[in-house]
Design a protein around this ligand. Structure first.
Ligand code: AKG
Ligand code: FE2
Length: 457
């Protein structure tokens, strides 16, 4: 039996580790940005001015008799030259509860799909993807390669005086999508700031206030809420891209073991007085992750229960625990209504789902939590059996599984899930048998590998 002093020493270790996690969490960025000058200064070096050729867009005219020469625009562009393009664009919709909706009070913007336009702008040659990989796709060791891919999604124009897009998250197109990239082309406008928020922090990218022509951009984790404020005048022209990541090596990154976080986690987990009966050390993930249906996964090559690319502190904690030899699970945290025996009033309690993919994902967001609860909550572990490193940080009602109520596209295949990372502690007396019943489905291979990246949606 554990004595009082054993208990005190493990409590102290656990509290220290909680403090380290809380501090580290603040260090992680959720967005990055840049500006590429379009001043054609012949003296500027290529590094300082990577957008050498003017950015050009060519598009399909809505009237087939319009000559191709009139369906081309070069940036920086003024209102007059943008008018032909604007005339050939359609109103942009957004996703709400699995349906595409046109509602100008929520989103007023024009769009062209990638089937209807092409551009010479390339985020790789412009150096944007290097910055995005460095900042948003956390470090991988030399023996790990990570493929980061940007897929052009839309051309949008938000026009003054009323273009805007209210708060939403970007609908995940596959479990390997981690982010979104917005590239704002040089065209005069005012207002229209892109405001990105995460855990109480907010950043406003106000591209309309640039004093000289530039291609300005921002990338962010696509589960972060964001909005386009009202454009007051002019035209705000953007290219949007979906960002995908795929780690190709199953090796945990040993470099993470040199951090204070790793030293403390090791001290805690190697202390045989800590959770002597075994159990789980849990962390309410800083980010939400795509939750997909098994039938959808069966049709793609992504493995059921596969772990999506983790973001920020979530990635670091996972890497650290796996590099220390512990098994980790990424699981949805579900809020559901429960009735106490003999009570008439229900209360919202949290449950941990058995896996991050389930059988009956439908279009109706409301059905999702119910379906999940019925599908596998009964078999899963209870949150009270977990030693938590942090609080959930959301009001109980918001712990609901999916929150793509407002997305930028309708989806019935992927929604985001609030998640927990669970680190399995074996305990002294507990079985070490791989097949011991944890109440959890085992991940394939060594997460966070995605064995075959389902690039694209
Ligand atoms: O134009 C922007 O800055 C962002 C647009 C956006 O959020 C979207 O298309 O989903
Ligand atoms: Fe968006």
């Amino acid at each position: 039996m554990a004595s009082d002093s054993d208990h005190d020493s493990t409590t102290e270790l656990l509290d220290e580790f909680r403090a380290i996690i809380a501090r580290s969490q603040k260090d992680f960025l959720f967005t990055c940005s840049g500006s590429l000058s379009c001043d054609n200064d012949p003296k500027a070096s290529e590094d300082a001015n990577p957008v050498k050729d003017p950015v050009t867009i060519r598009w399909d005219p809505s009237d087939a008799s319009t000559p191709a020469s009139q369906c081309k625009i070069t940036f920086p562009a003024d209102s007059e030259s943008l008018s032909a393009l604007i005339g050939d664009m359609q109103q942009a919709t957004f996703g709400l509860g699995g349906k595409d909706v046109l509602d100008e009070s929520y989103r007023k913007a024009l769009k062209l799909d990638t089937t209807a336009f092409s551009t010479n702008f390339c985020p790789y040659t412009a150096g944007i993807m290097d910055t995005v990989s460095r900042i948003l796709v956390p470090s991988v060791s030399e023996n790990q390669t990570c493929i980061v891919r940007a897929e052009l999604y839309k051309l949008n124009i938000y026009e003054g005086p009323s273009g805007h897009f209210r708060s939403h998250v970007d609908t995940p197109r596959s479990s390997s999508q981690f982010g979104s990239l917005v590239v704002c082309l040089p065209a005069a406008h005012s207002g229209g700031g892109l405001v990105v928020s995460h855990k109480g922090k907010t950043i406003n990218f106000d591209w309309g206030s640039a004093t000289s022509p530039a291609v300005q951009w921002a990338a962010f984790y696509s589960d972060c809420e964001h909005e386009v404020l009202q454009v007051l005048s002019g035209q705000r022209v953007t290219l949007t891209y979906n960002l995908y990541a795929c780690k190709t090596s199953p090796e945990p990154d040993k470099a993470v073991l040199n951090t204070p976080l790793a030293k403390h986690l090791e001290a805690l987990l190697s202390n045989d007085k800590f959770m002597p009966e075994g159990g789980f050390l849990g962390f309410h993930a800083a980010h939400a992750y795509p939750h997909s249906s098994r039938s959808f996964q069966a049709n793609t090559k992504s493995a059921p229960g596969g772990v999506p690319p983790l973001k920020g502190i979530d990635h670091v904690l996972w890497q650290t625990a796996t590099a220390l030899g512990f098994k980790c699970f990424l699981r949805p945290v579900i809020g559901y209504e429960a009735y106490e025996d003999g009570e008439d009033e229900s209360s919202i309690v949290q449950g941990i789902g058995q896996r991050l993919a389930f059988d009956t994902l439908g279009g109706e967001v409301e059905c999702l939590a119910d379906a999940l609860r019925d599908d596998y909550l009964s078999k899963s572990i209870h949150p009270e059996d977990v030693e938590w490193l942090n609080h959930c940080g959301r009001k109980n009602q918001e712990v609901a599984l999916a929150y793509t109520a407002y997305g930028n596209q309708a989806s019935t295949e992927y929604v985001y899930s609030y998640c927990a990372i669970l680190i399995q502690v074996q305990g002294q007396g507990s079985e070490t048998d791989e097949d011991s019943d944890t109440g959890m489905e085992v991940e394939p291979a060594s997460p966070p590998v995605i064995s075959s990246a389902p690039f694209g949606g």
